[in-house]
Design a protein. Sequence first.
Length: 148
Amino acid sequence: MKLFFSEPLFRDHSRPDSLAAACREALPHECCGILTGRSGPGFLHVDGFVLLRNAASHPEAAFSFDPAEWVEVLYHYGNAANPEQMVGIFHSHPEAPAIPSAADMDTLWDTPLHLIVSLRHNKTPELRCYLPRRGRSWEEQAIRYHSG
């Protein structure tokens, strides 16, 4: 599958509406939410994101979507009349690399993709994208950017 990310939202880390900026705002807690866009045979375009409240009991080291917000997002982006789809989820690692942790592996999500944003080097956030696979594993995918 070829994955494309909107450059203004995901690559320009200095923009206040970028994903990296949103993750920085959540520090020292993990930031989490969904990725929106569109998909088709062999491709997936990520054009935006929606933040969800991190309801984990220890949000500095874990994430858990607020249940009410999660249901609302599923309803909104699962509606066939909505041109935007939920194409994945994301969360941040405030001090760890952008690789799935043991806790992440225990809670594999049934979504097309999972993006992890590492802020351990705050000036240059690291974004890595994974596709869940059978057998409790994730396969890293190359991220390509498009201008809009």
